[in-house]
Design a protein around this ligand. Structure first.
Ligand code: KIV
Length: 260
């Protein structure tokens, strides 16, 4: 899928399904299940490397995982995360984004808003497609106590809305909204022409993303309320992935009880 097709999904009111993958076997299953976009997330720090947060993930790690995922996918849009500190200035950001594109990413994702305007302008003027990420920004999370719903009060909600508009005006192609109240995500989604992809942001986003290991029940410990175990009522991993795609498309995932 081309990055421009994400906007067509929104125009046609078709929801976008997105899951993370880090290895070839899982990526192949996701692609075959009809997942629209596959994110090589820096969640691999916790999921694959057993770290407490995403900050230790390097460009070397991201290039390795992006190259193996993108080699086996034929349909899904491949989005790769720019890891912590890889986009602190325009020159580094451009070199690092190009390295991810060279191994098969069609779009790169970076966290934050207007503070990255110069970096974003540089990437876009070099034809690199960008997905933004607002709300909870995992790269700012150091310990599990930092996982909190964002945008609950008026001023932080206003900041998220203004950063979302800023990212759109800079030419970002899509926007992940993580862990924000569903009414705020609805406001942002209605305001923007570009699609929003929510995780813990309610049903009114234009698409949904989950960490694949979470939605298959592999991740241990207490899960946030927005994680549904799709394997629970299915016999195979492929069935669980197809069920995720179907429920996102039908708008039956997430429920209000799985939102804030
Ligand atoms: O790294 C990741 O998996 C992500 C998702 C939580 C959206 O950024």
């Amino acid at each position: 899928m081309k990055h421009s097709e994400l906007s067509v999904f929104k125009e046609n009111q078709h929801k976008i399904s997105c899951l993370t993958a880090y290895d070839a076997s899982m990526a192949k299953l996701l692609d075959q299940a009809g997942v629209d976009a596959i994110l090589i997330g820096d969640s691999l720090g916790m999921v694959i490397q057993g770290a407490e947060n995403t900050q230790s993930v390097s460009m070397h790690d991201m290039i390795y995982h992006t190259s193996i995922v993108s080699k086996v996918c034929s349909d899904a849009l491949i989005i790769a995360d720019m890891p912590f500190k890889s986009y602190d200035n325009s020159e580094d950001a451009l070199n690092n984004a190009k390295a991810l594109i060279d191994v098969g990413a069609r779009m790169v994702k970076l966290e934050g808003g207007s503070e990255h305007s110069e970096v974003i302008k540089t990437l876009i003027s070099n034809n690199i497609n960008i997905c933004g990420h607002l709300g909870l920004q995992p790269q700012l999370v150091v310990s599990s106590d930092d996982y909190r719903v964002q945008g609950r009060d008026e001023s932080s909600a206003r900041e998220i809305i203004s950063n979302a508009s800023c990212l759109e005006s800079l030419g970002v192609s899509a926007l992940v909204l993580e862990c924000i109240p569903s009414n705020l995500a609805k406001t942002v989604s209605e305001k923007l022409k570009i699609p929003t992809i929510g995780i813990g942001a309610g049903r009114d986003c234009d698409g949904q993303v989950l960490v694949s290991y979470d939605m298959l029940g592999i991740t241990s410990g207490k899960q946030p309320r927005f994680v549904r175990n799709f394997l629970k009522n299915q016999n195979t991993i492929s069935d669980a992935l197809e069920s995720f795609v179907a429920e996102v498309k039908e708008g039956t995932f997430p429920l209000q009880s799985e939102s804030y």
